[in-house]
Design a protein around this ligand. Structure first.
Ligand code: SF4
Ligand code: SF4
Length: 474
């Protein structure tokens, strides 16, 4: 059997439904027998614990409609770095091929942006396929020491809001002392510690905001009781987004419950194949909110929302939590989704500003929420909404993908920043902390002039009649 990379550089030519990596179609029984003999005795790519499902693989008809929406295919033009190519590799794994380093690289290079799921006319569940594949990779594929150490550091920090909050003090001092600008000018960090340099470039300017109380009453008639996820990166680096979310919900007639110690929702872990860790986080979150009497569970970070809605699948094997996870997931709403369902009651004050709205992949592609945030923004008097070219292409953030793959991530960020700046808008609005950090870094690299805000901050500024300066003066 040829190595999977034999297909590299062949461009968009699709492997046929039963095509092998050496280009053969309609394999005879003889070839099947030869392959079976070749792979006999070798450990296959996947074991029996939730392997990617063969029936989902066979849904792919190799049409290629997904290719132009896939950021890695757009960057490199390589079939094996497209959704179709990755599905082909999964099929090979299911046929008994071992998990090679090159195969794992192609899986790792997937951003998990789910643009291919939106584009696919055959309804291929690539989201399920890559999630199951990644869980197998993490359990079965030994990584090199540097990769192991980097991933260990990332997952010892990012899913832990308290640990992230401990970074605020040193980071604030680093930014305020002018050291950050000095380090940036010398380029020293990039040469000595490229991962730290990437993190440094992404770090937002910190603002000090008091932590929200455990319970905030609804203003006026109470229309709903909502539990709220404060998040990891959101609570540590964008506490002002959480404060704005609480104020909006209260103004729109929601009693908001924010129990402490909720921890991480597990999105980062599940998107990176760390399923057991994600299951632990999910159980804890369900335990924290289950007895609060909430009608809805509101989320203001796109990546978290898409994972929370899949708790039923995540905990399906756990008899103590399976039904509870399904019930919990049914209550999950993105902030814009919930506000759209409830309908507005609070008065909107004018905000005369041109806004470019960026669809976070896990809001648009993974949850199909595109119209609700736009409707929310259009409901603000004086606000003009502009569309960004190629909205389906990821900005390159993708959870921690930009930390693990800094160069292509910067390239994708630069493309997105150019498209954003071309709108001529004075404010970029999105609903995910990762996108805010990624696009802000790219805009700084291009010396672009545009303010950035979360959807919640824009609506909050309108409800409180703060004026445009509250959003555009940094
Ligand atoms: S999830 Fe995104 S990066 Fe991965 S294959 Fe699909 S379009 Fe490409
Ligand atoms: S669009 Fe769907 S069916 Fe067509 S190649 Fe992509 S994943 Fe397969």
């Amino acid at each position: 059997m040829a190595d999977v990379d034999a297909t590299r550089g062949t461009g968009p030519t699709p492997p046929g439904p039963r095509q092998t990596a050496d280009g053969g179609h309609n394999r005879s029984h003889e070839v099947d027998a030869l392959r079976a003999a070749e792979t006999a005795g070798r450990p296959g790519a996947f074991d029996d614990h939730h392997p990617p499902r063969a029936d989902l693989v066979s849904d792919c008809v190799h049409c290629g409609f997904c290719l132009t929406t896939c950021p890695t295919y757009v960057l490199w033009g390589e079939e094996m770095d497209s959704p179709r190519g990755r599905i082909h590799l999964i099929a090979q794994g299911l046929e008994g091929e071992p998990l090679t380093d090159s195969m794992v690289t192609h899986f790792d290079q997937c951003l998990g942006c789910m643009a291919c799921v939106t584009a696919c006319p055959s309804g291929v569940r690539y989201d399920r396929l890559i999630e199951d594949t990644r869980a197998q990779v993490e359990r079965r594929h030994p990584r090199g020491p540097r990769d192991r150490a980097l991933r260990a550091a990332i997952f010892a920090l990012f899913p832990y809001p308290r640990r992230l909050r401990l970074l605020r003090g040193p980071l604030w001092a680093y930014q305020k002392s002018g050291l950050r600008s000095l380090v940036a000018r010398t380029g020293l960090l990039e040469r000595l510690a490229p991962t730290l340099a990437t993190l440094d470039s992404l770090a937002p300017r910190l603002r000090s905001v008091p932590r929200p109380p455990r319970r905030v009453a609804a203003r006026g008639t109470r229309r709903a009781v909502v539990g709220m996820l404060t998040g990891c990166v959101q609570s540590a680096f964008f506490p002002d987004v959480n404060s704005a979310t609480v104020r909006i919900l209260s103004a729109e007639g929601c009693e908001v419950l924010i129990p402490p110690g909720q921890g991480c929702c597990g999105a980062l872990s599940v998107h990176n194949g760390r399923r057991a860790e994600a299951e632990r986080f999910a159980r804890r979150l369900i335990d924290t909110f289950e007895q609060t009497g909430m009608d809805w569970f509101v989320v203001n970070a796109a990546g978290c929302g898409s994972s929370l809605k899949e708790y039923g699948e995540l905990l399906a094997d756990d008899p103590a939590y399976a039904a509870r996870a399904v019930a919990f997931a049914a209550k999950v709403r993105d902030l814009a989704e919930l506000l759209d369902e409830l309908g507005p009651v609070a008065e909107r004050h004018p905000l005369p500003v041109t806004v470019a709205y960026h669809d976070a992949c896990h809001l648009g592609h993974a949850q199909g929420i595109r119209e609700q945030p736009r409707a929310l923004l259009r409901g603000i008097p004086g606000l003009e909404l502009r569309e960004i070219a190629d909205p389906e292409i990821c900005c390159g953030s993708a959870g921690v993908w930009n930390v693990l793959n800094p160069e292509p991530a910067a390239e994708l960020g630069d493309r997105k920043a150019a498209a954003v700046l071309a709108t001529g808008a004075s404010l970029l609005v999105t609903a995910n902390p990762g996108c805010l950090m990624q696009v802000a870094a790219a805009i700084r690299r291009q010396n672009g002039k545009i303010a950035l805000a979360h959807t919640a901050q824009v609506l909050d500024a309108s409800l409180r009649n703060l004026g445009v300066a509250a959003l555009t003066n940094d």
